[in-house]
Design a protein around this ligand. Structure first.
Ligand SMILES: [Zn+2]
Length: 454
């Protein structure tokens, strides 16, 4: 098996060797994986295809074939709530690449690269037996691109979802046996094996006689009970149909923490807040019908039915949603539904103070200093610019109280936090400190916090 593109057995079932280099440390081990990933689903990734042909234009499938590939992979990924869109293609007319050897993958990965999409390179041939070839390979785990040898996207169907699984951060279910792998036991499943706990140890199903290609039953050494239907295994092409729940969670966690993958998602681009009008758009998708809708306070001025709309804000509301439904895609019958929220004006009621339940009665003792941190709609201003807020200014303070950016000289204070100090002696009179916010539309609002005797 080793060194061949695929092994066609007596039943004609494809058994695949994947060329993805798997000796790559797991990036999730370097971060705290979220139990509940943040990724909003359904999520949609954009494919850009590169059809490799001979220099005279011959070889490989017609471009019309691509939709059937996307249709097929969308069915394999149905349980993941991650789907794929056909965002374009080009043709690489090159005898050099059409006849490429397996070790030329890096050169092809550097050709005609499109930004913010999964680049899919389709070869017009299989690698000859004995050439060290492979059926498909991803550029990394997680990655940005993959190459498919001809039979593996025309005859076989599960290698394409397998390679995309690598791009989205999955390892082989037999990764324990590969370079960089370590044996999985019941107690180390997050740091060994394929780093996924609900995929059982797998003895590498590409070994001859380990899987019955008719029934897909496991027929290998005892002591193992691998899932011969797992897409990330080396089971027969026709046997591989599913991901485990743990693999699905892992893909979403990987996407959460990976900026290149985030940029490949099909999302509505535009400003986070609009003062008067703003333009919102998605990448154009061939064959798509676009239907935009907006929440209260927003009006679509132009562009309905296209991939770019101009929207006007005409009612003073704190936030409103912009939604897009995309239909007409043969490879995704359910269509696409995505939305985003924008803000239009600041609202006093949404100003709160971190850790303070009753902002109108905060106890403070003589000589005591309390740090107060502002939240807007529950979000800290120190971690970005929620709702277009461009400045926060504290003050004035009531007699008996002083404010400072840190403990120290009293002044007006700019920023998300403020230190409030009560004088060592004397009574509180009024006891309030004001804070004023300004957003990037010039909208202003304010709130105050009241201190009382401790
Ligand atoms: Zn693989």
């Amino acid at each position: 098996m080793n060194g061949t593109t695929e092994n066609e057995n007596a039943q004609g079932a494809l058994n695949i060797v994947c060329g993805t280099v798997t000796d790559i440390p797991d990036i999730l081990l370097q971060q705290e994986a979220l139990v509940t990933p943040l990724l909003e689903t359904p999520a949609y990734f954009k494919f850009f295809f590169h059809i490799v042909r001979y220099s005279n234009g011959s070889g490989n499938e017609p471009a019309s074939y691509l939709n059937s590939m996307v249709s097929s992979i969308n069915q394999y990924y149905e349980d993941t709530d991650i789907f794929f869109l056909h965002a374009g293609y080009d043709e690489i007319l090159s005898d050099y690449f059409a006849n490429m050897t397996p070790n030329m993958y890096a050169e092809l990965f550097a050709t005609n690269v499109q930004p913010n999409v999964i680049n899919v390179y389709l070869l017009p041939n299989d690698f000859p037996p004995g050439s060290g070839g492979w059926g498909g390979r991803a550029d990394n785990i997680p990655g940005t691109a993959l190459i498919m040898a001809y039979s593996n996207f025309v005859i076989g169907q599960s290698t394409f979802p397998h390679e995309v699984g690598h791009v989205l951060g999955l390892y082989h279910t037999h990764h324990a046996l590969e370079p960089g792998g370590c044996a999985e036991t019941p107690t180390n499943c997050t740091v060994c094996g394929d780093f996924v706990c609900d995929t059982p140890p797998d003895p590498d199903l590409s070994n001859t006689g380990y899987v019955d290609s008719w029934t897909c039953a496991y027929t290998g050494p005892s002591g193992y009970s691998p899932d011969t239907a797992n897409i990330m295994s080396y089971s027969f092409d026709n046997c591989r149909t599913r991901f485990s729940l743990g693999q699905i969670t892992r893909m979403k966690s990987i996407i959460d923490g990976n900026v290149p993958l985030q940029l490949m998602l099909f999302r509505i681009a535009g400003p986070d807040s609009i003062c008067d009008t703003g333009t919102f758009s998605v990448p154009g998708i061939t064959g798509a019908t676009y239907t935009w809708s907006v929440g209260t306070g927003l009006t679509i001025l132009s562009g309905q039915g296209t991939n770019s709309v101009q929207i006007q804000s005409n009612v003073l509301t704190n936030s409103a949603s912009i939604s897009l439904s995309v239909s007409g895609l043969s490879y995704l019958p359910a269509g696409v539904t995505i939305s985003r929220t924008i803000t239009t004006i600041l609202t006093q009621d949404l100003i709160t103070f971190e850790g303070i339940a009753n902002k109108f009665a905060v106890p403070i003792c003589p000589g005591q200093t309390i740090m107060v941190s502002l939240l807007y709609n529950g979000q800290s201003l120190s971690i970005g610019n929620p709702y277009g807020i461009t400045s926060a200014q504290w003050g004035p303070a009531a007699p008996g109280l002083s404010i400072a950016p840190t403990t120290g000289t009293p002044s007006l204070v700019s920023g998300s936090s403020c230190y409030v100090t009560r004088a060592p002696e004397g009574q509180l009179i009024g006891g309030s400190v004001s804070v004023h916010l300004v957003d990037n539309c010039g909208n202003r609002t304010g709130q105050y916090i009241t201190f009382v005797n401790c």
